[in-house]
Design a protein around this ligand. Structure first.
Ligand code: AP5
Ligand code: MG
Length: 218
């Protein structure tokens, strides 16, 4: 199965991708994590990405698409994958469609995790992330068992540089102007399934799995 998870910043894409990848044995490809990884290695691509990410803007399409298409070509993606954060505009969706088409592949499911703006703001302001495995936590709704440490790998938790109030506002603006048209693009293609992202984390993943198992493509 090849799956795209769409949703605003803080909608729960990373949280849900981590849960369903284990359940369905899929690779998890998060564009933001790949870009942050390039930054931490100090590569030229990482430095370029940083200059956009710290302002809450999208990194240029060709840079992100190159990273994603390289990642999709890795052997662990042969079993299927979840795209989290890519595509993020209609041009990226077209690049993906044509690259997969060249290999006789398609995206089987596009899931839109819908969450209201006030909920997004409270999720992002309370988010902590593992610097080793990228697992997300929240200081109110999803606390780690030991303060400051990841339950899964013991890694140190940190707050993302782009989770400040000002940058979150910009990310939401960019989402509305550039990513919402993509939601309509997939809806018009008849590929979009909308899921209520304001249920509990468990509730959302149960609904996602019902949708994914229900359509027979697992
Ligand atoms: P990226 O890293 O993709 O960030 P994002 O899309 O802004 O989304 P987030 O990672 O902030 O949110 P999420 O939906 O994963 O939520 P999470 O599960 O963590 O992108 C960052 C930047 O990289 C972009 O701004 C851009 O510059 C660049 N970039 C990335 N992809 C790009 C692309 N394709 N093209 C160009 N540029 C690109 O959950 C959030 C919090 O809520 C957590 O604390 C979690 O515990 C909590 N939570 C989750 N679900 C629930 C729930 N159901 N109830 C209560 N709390 C919940
Ligand atoms: Mg994420």
């Amino acid at each position: 199965m090849r799956l795209v998870l769409l949703g605003a910043p803080g909608a729960g894409k990373g949280t849900q991708a981590d849960l369903i990848r284990r359940e369905l044995d899929l690779a998890h490809i998060a564009s933001g994590d790949l870009l942050r990884d390039a930054q931490s290695k100090g590569s030229e691509l990482g430095l370029l990405a940083k200059s956009y990410m710290e302002k809450g803007q999208l990194v240029p399409d060709e840079t992100v698409a190159g990273l994603i298409l390289e990642r999709i070509a890795e052997p662990d993606c042969d079993k299927g994958f979840i795209l989290d954060g890519f595509p993020r505009n209609v041009d990226q969706a077209e690049v993906l469609r044509s690259a997969l088409g060249g290999k006789n592949m398609i995206i089987d499911n596009v899931i839109y995790i819908k969450v209201s703006e006030s909920e997004l703001l409270s999720r992002l302001s309370g988010r902590w992330i593992c610097q080793e495995c990228q697992a997300p936590y929240h200081e109110v709704t999803s606390r780690p068992r030991i303060e400051g440490k990841c339950d899964k790998c013991g890694g140190k938790l940190y707050q993302r540089a782009d989770d400040t109030v000002e940058t979150v506002k910009k990310r939401l603006e960019v989402y509305l102007s550039q990513t919402m048209p993509l939601v309509e693009y997939y809806r018009e293609n008849g590929q979009l399934v909308e899921v209520d992202g304001e249920q509990s984390i468990q509730g959302v993943s149960e609904e996602l799995l019902r949708v994914l198992k229900g359509n027979g493509s697992t």
